[in-house]
Design a protein around this ligand. Structure first.
Ligand code: IMP
Ligand code: MG
Length: 178
């Protein structure tokens, strides 16, 4: 086996996503349109499952944010690639950023700052997992799935060197096994 231990099962992931969707549905009830900004690649499976349960008028946009560059700890340098027409998609809109995991907080901080420059009406953050660590930057998370220990994890979008994203659960991973 390529991973150590399953820490969030497929069933738990399903229940967590459903609970988050119900909260989001309640908070944005009656909204004209919610713009979901999915941070690729990691948040893709989570966002895909989440939106299935959202009963809101949605527009989904994707941006690419990367900070790991292959290792099992954040490089600290966050690279963001946005589509050219993002500004007009976000200006004056209700925006929900969807990401896989809140680790150091550097990615979410950089993304929030970058998107705020496009003047959304309102911006909130939804993340599936939060590592229980002292984050380098504290970022307010509006919708949180689960808190996990400070371990490197893979699966459900999370990768190690672009591998394991397809696993239907979250598992711990130690680099020596690869
Ligand atoms: P941060 O900038 O350190 O908060 O890291 C955020 C990004 O790093 C996440 O969106 C993930 O893509 C990636 N990341 C953080 N922790 C892990 C992990 O345990 N496994 C895989 N990717 C991770
Ligand atoms: Mg990510």
């Amino acid at each position: 086996m390529d991973y150590d231990e399953i820490i969030v099962s497929t069933e738990q992931l399903h229940d967590t996503v459903l609970e988050l969707a119900e909260k989001i549905n309640r908070v944005y009830d009656g909204i004209e349109k919610l713009v979901i900004v999915v941070l690729l690649e990691g948040a893709r499976p989570f966002a895909r499952d989440l939106v299935k349960h959202l009963e809101l008028p949605l527009e989904i946009v994707y941006i690419k944010a990367s900070s790991y560059n292959g290792g099992t700890s954040s490089s600290g340098k966050v690279d963001i690639q946005k589509q050219a027409d993002l500004e007009q998609k976000l200006a004056g809109k209700d925006v929900l950023i969807v990401d896989d995991i809140y680790d150091t907080g550097l990615t979410l901080e950089k993304v929030t700052k970058s998107l705020a420059s496009h003047n959304p009406k309102n911006m909130k953050i939804c993340v599936l997992l939060e590592k229980m660590i002292k984050h380098k930057v504290e970022v307010p998370i509006d919708f949180l799935g689960l808190k996990i220990e400070d371990l490197f994890v893979i699966g459900y979008g999370l990768d190690h060197n672009e591998k394991y994203r397809e696993l239907p659960f979250i598992a711990t991973f130690t680099e020596t096994q690869d």
